[in-house]
Design a protein around this ligand. Structure first.
Ligand SMILES: [Mg+2]
Length: 214
């Protein structure tokens, strides 16, 4: 089983979160106050209730669910997935690997990103922190991904990601092997990854040369 992080790993940012919020505000003619509210309230996590609160706070006419869907669509369009990554995942699967996603974030937004980029059809199991309100590096999220891949965590499984804490430390704690995508600052005291690469294509190539761990 090969587990992957989403943001900064399988997915590349095309537009920043703040740009998405700016566009939403421009389209609806909302001022700086609303924009500031959205940037603060949605920064870490977002759900439909946030837009119900926004609607109430600023007496907006538009239904909260409509705003929520607009936000999800815009967030889904804010990322891109390299076609070489999509084909690489398909190759891994053809080599008997199970593919899982372990990501922090809002379930609706992360799944919309996966559908919009074509990733959704290439993975066996997905565990988003919003599903169970447990975030990486908590082992429970890795375990959920394994269950959804119809397997279990074992020492021959791999986690690939760009975060030293969420992905490498998280994978280490979960008892699986790790590949780190260089780029973010390494943190002292973190367990060393088993392998390090420049991007996720390098990780996929490395795994393709590794005996398939189903
Ligand atoms: Mg990441």
């Amino acid at each position: 089983m090969a587990l992957f992080d989403l943001d900064g790993t399988l997915l590349d940012p095309k537009r920043a979160f703040s740009d998405v919020v700016t566009d939403l505000c421009l389209d609806h003619g909302w001022g700086l106050e609303v924009k500031g509210w959205l940037l603060t309230e949605l920064a870490d996590r977002a759900n439909a209730d946030d837009f119900a609160r926004l609607r109430q706070e600023y007496a907006l006419d538009i239904p909260a669910m409509q705003l929520w869907r607009e936000f999800i669509d815009r967030m889904a369009a804010s990322v891109t997935c390299d076609p070489a990554v999509l084909s690489g995942l398909a190759r891994l699967r053809s080599h008997a690997w199970k593919i899982g996603v372990v990501a922090n974030g809002c379930s609706d937004v992360q799944r919309a990103k996966m559908r919009a980029t074509g990733l959704a059809g290439l993975v066996d199991g997905v565990a988003i922190s919003g599903d169970i309100d447990v975030r990486k590096p908590d082992t429970r999220l890795f375990r959920l991904a394994a269950v959804r891949c119809r397997t279990e965590l074992s020492g021959d499984a791999w986690m690939t990601g760009d975060s030293p804490t969420a992905d490498v430390h998280g994978g280490h704690r979960a008892g699986i092997r790790t590949i780190w995508l260089r780029g973010r600052r390494w943190l002292d005291g973190m367990p060393e990854p088993h392998h390090a690469v420049d991007d996720v294509r390098g990780a996929i190539s490395y795994l393709l040369d590794t005996p398939a761990a189903v």
